[in-house]
Design a protein around this ligand. Structure first.
Ligand SMILES: [Mg+2]
Length: 203
C-alpha cells in the first residue's frame, strides 16, 4: 500500500516519454510512401491524417505494435531526467499507457533499455480498443484509474486530458499538432518537459 502522504503522478508513454510520432512518420513512408512531417500530424485519428483505407489502417496499427519498432523508439527530449527529478520531488510515478496489452514485455524492455525510472507500469483501455476484457495484473480498468488521486497527469491525448479534467485532475498536456484544440482550465499546455516540471512545482 502507498502511504496517504505520498503524491502520485500519472505519466503516459507514447509521445510523452517515447517519441512515437517519429515511428509513425517512418512507417508511413515505409509502408505507403507518404512523406509527412511532425506538423502534419494534426489529428489523433491516423486513418484520417494519413488518408488510409480501413484495411491499410489495420496493417499500419499492427506494424506500429511491432516489437522491433517499439524497442527502437527514440526518447522524448528530457523525459528521462525529468522522471528522475519527479522521483526526487517525492512522487510515486505511474506510467500508464493505452498501448495494446500484448506489448507489455517489449514496453518493459524499452523502459529498461533506456533506464527510465518509474514505480508502476499499467496498461489502460484509454481508447476502448482492447480486444477483450482480460484480468491481467498489468491492466488497470478505467474505473480503477478514476479511483486514483493523481496530483498531475502528463498526457499528449486530448481525449485523456478531457477525461482527467472531468474528474478534476490537473493535466499537463504536451503540445502537439494533434491536440491544438481549445482546452479547459485544468489543462495546462506545456511545450516541453521543462515546462511540465515548472508547472508541477506550483501544485
Ligand atoms: Mg500518448
Amino acid at each position: 500500500m502507498i502511504s496517504k502522504d505520498k503524491k502520485l503522478i500519472f505519466i503516459d508513454i507514447d509521445d510523452v516519454i517515447a517519441k512515437t510520432s517519429a515511428s509513425v512518420l517512418d512507417l508511413a513512408k515505409e509502408l505507403f510512401n507518404k512523406s509527412l512531417k511532425h506538423e502534419d500530424l494534426t489529428s489523433f485519428d491516423l486513418e484520417k491524417t494519413l488518408n488510409l483505407s480501413s484495411s491499410e489502417m489495420d496493417m499500419f496499427f499492427k506494424e506500429l505494435h511491432n516489437e522491433d519498432l517499439l524497442i527502437n523508439t527514440p526518447l522524448i527530449s528530457d523525459a528521462k531526467i525529468s522522471l528522475e527529478k519527479i522521483k526526487e520531488m517525492g512522487y510515486i510515478i505511474y506510467l500508464i499507457t493505452g498501448r495494446l496489452p500484448s506489448t507489455y514485455d517489449v514496453t518493459k524492455k524499452w523502459l529498461k533499455k533506456n533506464e527510465i525510472y518509474y514505480d508502476f507500469l499499467y496498461f489502460a483501455d484509454k481508447y476502448s480498443r482492447y480486444p477483450e476484457k482480460k484480468n491481467e495484473s498489468h491492466i488497470l480498468s478505467m474505473d480503477k484509474l478514476s479511483d486514483i488521486s493523481f496530483t498531475l497527469a502528463v498526457e499528449d491525448s486530448l481525449i485523456m486530458a478531457r477525461w482527467f479534467s472531468k474528474r478534476k485532475t490537473k493535466v499537463a498536456l504536451l503540445d502537439n499538432p494533434w491536440n491544438r484544440e481549445k482546452t479547459g482550465e485544468s489543462i495546462k499546455r506545456c511545450h516541453n518537459w521543462n515546462e511540465v516540471l515548472v508547472y508541477l512545482q506550483t501544485l
